[in-house]
Design a protein around this ligand. Structure first.
Ligand SMILES: Nc1ncnc2c1ncn2[C@@H]1O[C@H](COP(=O)(O)OP(=O)(O)O)[C@@H](O)[C@H]1O
Ligand SMILES: [Mg+2]
Length: 325
């Protein structure tokens, strides 16, 4: 982790301290992000492990909530890392997403508030979920159980972020059926694009057969180390392939980001002035503004269902993933 240590010393520069002071001065980390017309359900997926899915889910979610939006994180990985990072108890007896998917329990019965961040909520995952991949196979509507649970959840929410496991099995398929948008975190390293084609094909399959509004709306470069040429090359390649989807903010490699989960926190509360926290705040701002800004609008003007999942009425496609295969 020597690289990261060096990079993170940036956190301790006068500029970073000034930034921290600025964040504190703003108080709620800068209000005024647009509230989407209806709940945006975003699936954070990449079948590769360790690319920053969970880190991105919890920190984007916290950033949005700190801007005054109401955000729910659905932890769909049996590891329960998102639950851990949000300080949510997820030992075996805790009611969890497993009960929702397999037992049909209402989501309202398992949602927990995140203590440190107002407006942020979490559906935890426990180790039970490891068996769900197999148990789901024999259940009715096995691909759409999450979608149904979300549709039946009546609390007002601006965002639902679903943290997927590192596979393309039934859990991820449930997420893709439940969501409207896919956010793919890409780690700026060698082999970064390997396997991406498979993920995109799965998105296309789900779009063709199960969820016509699904599209890849956002790509986020993670663990970016500005000092290496490799990171710059990977970033450039990704930006060339996905001109419209890649956020201009890349998340730097930062020790603060990786330390935060062991304190049951997001980097936003663990070290609000760190470069890691500021970059996630910025990425979240981009995500929120793209949906409503001119040209970036994947939501505004489109008919959204009243269910909260936003895809009860099929709408025109944006075709954002077309041409990338
Ligand atoms: N920007 C970052 N800087 C440093 N470490 C990071 C960063 N993003 C993620 N990590 C660390 O990398 C590891 C993998 O990240 P994680 O979000 O758990 O990936 P995934 O959910 O895709 O498996 C974790 O230990 C996490 O703390
Ligand atoms: Mg994860």
């Amino acid at each position: 982790m020597q690289d990261s240590e060096t990079v993170d010393q940036i956190d301790d520069t006068p500029i970073a301290r000034a930034a921290q002071a600025a964040v504190q001065a703003i108080g709620r980390a800068g209000e005024g992000l647009p509230r989407p017309a209806a709940t945006r359900v975003i699936v954070v997926a990449n079948q590769k492990g360790g690319v920053g899915k969970t880190t991105t889910t919890v920190n984007m979610a916290a950033s949005l909530a700190m801007h005054g939006l109401r955000v729910l994180v659905v932890d769909l990985d049996p590891q329960g890392n998102a639950s851990t990072a949000l300080g949510i108890d997820h030992h075996a007896e805790v009611p969890s997403i497993y009960d929702v998917l397999v037992e049909g329990k209402p989501m309202a019965d398992v949602v927990q508030p995140v203590v440190d961040v107002e407006g942020l909520f979490c559906v935890p995952a426990t180790i039970d979920l490891a068996g769900a991949e197999i148990e789901l196979v024999s259940l009715v509507a096995r691909e759409s159980r999450l979608q149904r649970a979300i549709a039946a959840y009546e609390q007002p929410l601006d965002y639902i972020l679903i943290d997927c496991p590192p596979s393309l099995g039934l859990l991820t398929v449930n997420a893709l059926v439940a969501g409207r948008e896919v956010l793919i975190p890409i780690q700026c390293e060698y082999y970064a694009l390997e396997g991406l084609g498979q993920l995109l094909r799965n998105v296309e399959l789900v779009r063709a057969h199960l969820n016509p509004v699904l599209h890849v709306s956002t790509i986020l470069l993670t663990m970016y180390d500005a000092r290496t040429r490799l990171a710059a090359q990977v970033a450039e390649e990704v930006r060339t392939h996905f001109q419209n989807e890649v956020l201009s903010t890349a998340i730097p490699r930062s020790v603060r980001i990786s330390e935060a989960p062991s304190y049951g926190q997001t980097v936003l509360t663990y070290d609000p002035g760190s470069t890691g926290a500021l970059s996630y705040l910025e990425a979240a701002r981009e995500l929120a503004q793209r949906a409503v800004g001119p040209g970036g609008g994947s939501l505004v003007g489109q008919q959204r269902g009243g269910s909260g999942t936003g895809h009860s009425a099929p709408v025109a496609q944006h075709g954002t993933t077309e041409g990338h295969q």
